[in-house]
Design a protein around this ligand. Structure first.
Ligand SMILES: Nc1ncnc2c1ncn2[C@@H]1O[C@H](COP(=O)(O)OP(=O)(O)OP(=O)(O)O)[C@@H](O)[C@H]1O
Ligand SMILES: [Mg+2]
Length: 549
């Protein structure tokens, strides 16, 4: 029998059955000042993302400039990044559309009301430009649109902003706070055709080893994250671009750091480091096309295959299966690590996935995507790809282990053959060694036939084994060899052989033992030679004396 429903439950259902009518709230919502902290630096874990946000805006604006004919199709847009470590300032300037004087102030003091929402742009939340507010004393935006003679500058006083946020007696809301910390200046400008947008961070804060003003770090970060062309010496670039260019926005600008003559480029190269001493090279690229199940593409990407010798060095900026949206990296190299059967194999991987499905949306921090059905489907589609990479990693490990095992045996056979050729040791030891060589060669043959080896490995080892076998059979014909102890009396010879056996037994390695035995036999050969000569001279002298008498 079912128990009676709890009294609370009965009364709730009774109230519901009266179909309550909710009216829209009539109060003016209060947007407190603290929301600004949440939208600016508090939102970002890695301060370098400040650069990513401004480059993203520049890329959107340059795309717009091409779309509107402000930039001619035959040209390239330009983004300049200047880091002034002395003055502690950063400037990021693009020659995109810029903002018109009627729009600039409103747009640059709005929150979450992005004019890009309905467009094909990378940004859409309307907050990215606030990312530097916690990292400098002043953040200013200067901009000018083509066809106008006015420059607008919107300055955020971040020091005042910070103290207002910290001050418990400051009771202004978000609107008031913006009025208190933002100032605007509109100036005349001669050049009507000029169009630009410039962000300036003044007196940048010193955090994490002054990361924001570290030219090398920022260059590396941008080459990894920003849209940029491949290096001209990256041999797979033409083939990759050929495959993806229909779907992925081509990079229509060049970016220069501190007036460098060389633009920022993606970090991919044929050769890359695994560790300080070890490197590997890319051998092939594989195209990845992931369907959205509705006749379109959810994502397109590529993998760079190599020898899968181990984890790729972090400093290469290459490792990991990475994600890009609008050709800007989302998250870090670990974004898809979870799709690998063992996460460590993500660090053996080089590849990127350009997300094309608009239902897969970068989250506010752009450190991943919003968790929704489309993103889950993408992850599921990446699983077999990660599995295949894992198989390659494991095969490569197994192959290297097999090669190691064969080479260890090869070294053992070579040492044994040397020992036999030395002919210093006792017969018993020589026989044991011979048997060992025979057995080890047998093991080598078995290992070399393994299917984990490549065809070329198998051929290489089979040649090596037959050379060793020829040497081994040659040594069996002992009469071809000269015994270094041959001219010794038999008893003495056998005593020496016992000593040599002992040396082999007691030495740390066969090589050390052999070197010692070689030295002893050389010395003995010298002594035996001199004794022989002395004896010959004595014999001659005696013969001479005899003939004289
Ligand atoms: N470099 C730029 N050139 C022209 N307009 C810009 C530039 N940077 C920002 N803007 C204008 O300022 C607006 C707000 O920029 P912000 O980065 O805060 O938001 P968003 O790019 O629209 O979206 P998201 O928060 O996703 O980045 C942009 O939508 C754009 O209209
Ligand atoms: Mg933006």
């Amino acid at each position: 029998m079912m128990a009676d429903p709890a009294p609370e439950f009965t009364s709730l259902t009774a109230r519901r059955s009266k179909a309550p009518h909710f009216r829209p709230t009539e109060v003016e919502p209060v947007v407190g000042k603290d929301i600004l902290e949440l939208l600016s630096s508090a939102m970002y874990v890695d301060p370098r993302t400040v650069y990513r946000e401004y480059i993203q805006n520049a890329a959107d604006s340059i795309d717009d400039a091409f779309g509107a004919g402000v930039l001619a199709d035959s040209t390239l847009g330009r983004v300049d990044v200047w880091l002034d470590t002395e003055a502690r300032n950063v400037r990021i300037r693009d020659n995109g559309t810029g903002l018109r004087v009627v729009d600039a102030e409103r747009i640059l003091t709005s929150f979450g009301a992005s004019p890009k929402r309905e467009k094909e742009a990378r940004g859409f939340r309307g907050v990215g430009r606030l990312s530097a507010l916690g990292y400098a004393q002043v953040v200013s935006f200067r901009t000018k649109a083509a066809g106008e003679k006015k420059v607008t500058e919107v300055r955020w006083d971040c020091r005042r902003l910070k103290s207002a946020l910290l001050d418990p007696s400051y009771h202004g809301d978000l609107r008031q706070l913006v009025r208190d910390v933002v100032t605007v200046l509109v100036e005349d400008h001669e050049d009507q055709s000029l169009h630009f947008f410039e962000v300036a961070l003044e007196k940048v804060v010193r955090i994490r080893n002054d990361l924001l003003l570290n030219v090398e770090e920022i260059s590396r970060y941008l080459s990894e994250v920003a849209p940029a062309p491949f290096r001209p010496d990256f041999p797979f670039a033409p083939a990759i671009l050929e495959q993806i260019r229909l779907h992925v926005p081509v990079c229509r600008f060049e970016m220069f750091i501190n007036d460098s003559t060389e633009p920022v480029r993606r970090p991919h190269a044929e050769q890359f480091a695994l560790s300080k001493a070890k490197s590997d090279s890319a051998t092939a690229f594989e195209l990845i096309e992931l369907s959205d199940g509705e006749g379109g593409l959810r994502a397109i990407g590529w993998l760079l295959h190599h020898s899968y010798l181990g984890a790729i060095h972090a400093a290469t900026e290459l490792r990991g299966l990475r994600a890009r949206a609008g050709n800007i990296q989302i998250g870090t190299w670990e974004i898809f690590a979870e799709v690998f059967p063992e996460v460590r194999f993500n660090s053996w991987t080089i590849g990127e996935i350009h997300v094309l499905d608009r239902r897969i949306i970068p989250n506010a921090r752009r450190d991943s995507f919003e968790q929704n059905a489309a993103f889950s489907s993408l992850l599921a589609q990446l699983v077999p790809i990660a599995r295949d990479i894992t198989r390659r990693c494991r095969n490569s490990s197994a192959r290297r282990n097999r090669i190691g095992a064969i080479e260890a045996r090869e070294a053992r056979v070579l040492a044994a053959l040397e020992l036999l050729a030395q002919r210093g040791v006792s017969k018993a030891r020589a026989n044991r060694t011979r048997r060992d060589v025979g057995a080890t060669l047998g093991e080598m043959k078995k290992l070399a036939a393994s299917s984990v080896l490549a065809e070329t490995d198998r051929a290489r080892f089979s040649r090596k084994i037959s050379t060793l076998q020829t040497r081994y059979h040659g040594l069996k014909a002992t009469d071809l060899l000269v015994d270094p102890l041959e001219s010794m009396p038999k008893t003495q010879r056998s005593a020496y052989r016992d000593v040599f056996d002992l040396i082999y037994d007691c030495s740390a390695s066969k090589t050390v033992a052999k070197a010692l035995v070689d030295r002893i036999t050389d010395r003995l050969a010298g002594q035996l030679g001199r004794t022989k000569q002395r004896r010959a001279r004595g014999k001659k002298k005696r013969a001479k004396n005899n003939s004289a008498s």
